[in-house]
Design a protein around this ligand. Structure first.
Ligand code: ADP
Ligand code: ADP
Length: 231
């Protein structure tokens, strides 16, 4: 079954600008899909519509078989990782990881178990007592990913998550995120990912399939190998 299905999705902004023109796309359960394209091609508009952060003005969006056009973000079974990390500065890492779960009324023992698991998966057990300002950029991004993992979402949404890191760290985080995705998938967890980037290397190394966008239209959707052979 498709984890994510976009049917004739459109976006017209309130000022009348049409940013997305009838996008059709199915993302398979467990698949790592990358949206790539130059600035302004509507990558983040599409991602934000999937996340429920931007209103869909045409077409149907299904997540896990359910039509979610009118559902708020919390009810979509998604978790989003932002470029700017979006950590709470006054909370320690452990609290940053647990805050959303506590708000949702998750039992304390389960919160603890999920925080520990995320910390282990991201090798950041030693960071749990730190405040965000005591973290390097790469560490902060790991916490941001951890905060998505503890939610156990069906679909992970990544919005240029590595753009603020230097080239060396970006390269190691690419590998780390790819490995993490495989690990979650092998555990039989919902591990569908939609990953937005303007970076071709990131797209080619991380995507199982790549959706190439231009001016709010899909140009091609294919595996990295197929795209490389037929650019
Ligand atoms: P990308 O993420 O690929 O850089 P965006 O999704 O941010 O592209 O933007 C796609 C297009 O929609 C651009 O032409 C952008 O200027 C336009 N756009 C984005 N946000 C708004 C808005 N709030 N109102 C009007 N136009 C917008
Ligand atoms: P509390 O539930 O006591 O308010 P926090 O919000 O500080 O805890 O932390 C959330 C979860 O992370 C807790 O359930 C706790 O078990 C775990 N945790 C907190 N600090 C650490 C730490 N230094 N090492 C391992 N686990 C921690």
């Amino acid at each position: 079954m498709a984890a994510l299905s976009l049917r004739k999705i459109e976006k017209t902004y309130p000022n009348g600008f049409k940013a997305v023109h009838g996008v059709d796309l199915e993302v398979r359960d467990g698949e790592f899909m990358v949206f790539v394209g130059p600035s302004g091609c509507a990558k983040s508009t599409l991602l934000r519509m999937i996340a429920g952060l931007e209103r869909i003005t045409g077409g149907d969006l299904h997540i896990g078989g359910q039509r979610v056009n009118d559902l708020p973000p919390k009810q979509r079974g998604i978790a989003m990782v932002f470029q700017n990390y979006a950590l709470y500065p006054h909370m320690k890492v452990a609290e940053n990881l647990s805050f959303g779960l506590k708000l949702a009324g998750t039992p304390k023992a389960e919160v603890q178990q999920r925080v520990q698991e995320a910390a282990r998966l991201l090798e950041m057990e030693h960071l749990l007592d730190r405040y965000p300002k005591q973290l390097s950029g790469g560490q902060a991004q790991r916490v941001a990913v951890g905060r998505a993992i503890v939610k156990k979402p069906g679909v992970f949404l990544f919005d240029e998550p590595l753009s603020n890191l230097d080239a060396k760290l970006r390269a190691s985080m690419r590998v780390r995120l790819t490995d993490l995705h495989r690990t979650l998938r092998e555990q039989g967890r919902g591990a569908t990912a939609v990953y937005v980037t303007h970076d071709q290397v990131e797209a080619m190394t991380m995507g199982e399939r790549i959706c190439v966008l231009k001016d709010g239209v899909i140009q091609q959707v294919d595996t990295p190998t197929a795209l490389y052979d037929r650019p």
